[in-house]
Design a protein around this ligand. Sequence first.
Ligand code: NAP
Length: 229
Amino acid sequence: MAVTALVTGANRGIGLEVCAQLARAGLDVVLTARDPERAAAAVERLRDAGLSVRGEQLDVADPDSVSACAARLERAGVAVDVLVNNAGVYPTTPLLRLSEAEFTESIEVNLLGAFRTIQRFAPAMARRGYGRIVNVSSGGGAMTDHVPSPAGYGIAKAALNALTLVAAAALPPAVKVNAVCPGWVRTEMGGEAAPRSVAEGADTVVWLATLPEDGPTAGFFRDRARIPW
Ligand code: NAP
C-alpha cells in the first residue's frame, strides 16, 4: 500500500511543489487548501503535469474545518501517514506597532494550525506504528544566535519549533516529527528576489516527509542538515 501524505496550504508556493515531489516519489497525496476552488485549481495544475492527487478543503485556522477534513478522509478510508504542516502567513509589522489581530492570525495559522492537525492526525499514526510529521518553520523562528523576526512571524515560528520538540516527545519513535527551514524561496511570501526555486525549497521538506526508519526525529533542518534552534 502506498504511503499517504497530507499537505496544508498546498494550492501554491512550496506546498504545491511538495505535493508534486511527493506524488512523483510514489506517495498518495492529499493536497489541501483553505479555499476549495483553489484546491481544485491546484489539483488540475498537477493533473496537467501528469500527477494525480486528491484535493480537500482544509483551513488550518478553523478547528471545524480540520475536523471535517479528517472525517471525510476517514469515511473515504484514507489514512494519513505523512503530515506536512506547510500553511503559513508572514506578518512583517514591527513589534511595537503589531496589532493583536495580525499577531493572532500568525499564531492561528503558523502555530495553532499545526497543533490542530497534529492532534487530529498523529494519534492514528501512533496506533499504526508509522508516521512522519514535517513542520515548515523558518530561520526567522530560530533563537540560538538570532532574535526571532519579523516579530509576529518569528515568535509563531519559534513556538512551532517548540511544538515540534513537544510533539516528538509525546509520540512513539516510529512517528518522526521534525521542523524545517526551506531557505529564502521565490513564492508570494518570499518574493521575486529570493535566490531559491520552489523545487529547492521543497527538497528538505520532502526528504523529512519520506525519512527511513533510522532517520532523525526532533530536529530542525535546512538543506538536509541540522541547524540551531
Ligand atoms: P505562500 O506562497 O505565501 O503560500 C502560503 C500558503 O499557505 C498558501 O497556499 C496559503 O493559501 C496558505 N494558507 C495561509 N493561511 C492558511 C490557512 N488558514 N489554512 C490553510 N492554508 C493557508 O508561502 P510559501 O513561501 O510557499 O510558504 C510555505 C511555508 O514555508 C510557510 O509556512 C512559510 O512560513 C515557510 N517559509 C517560506 C519561506 C520563503 O522564503 N518563501 C522562508 C521560510 C519559511 P491561500 O492561497 O488561500 O492564501
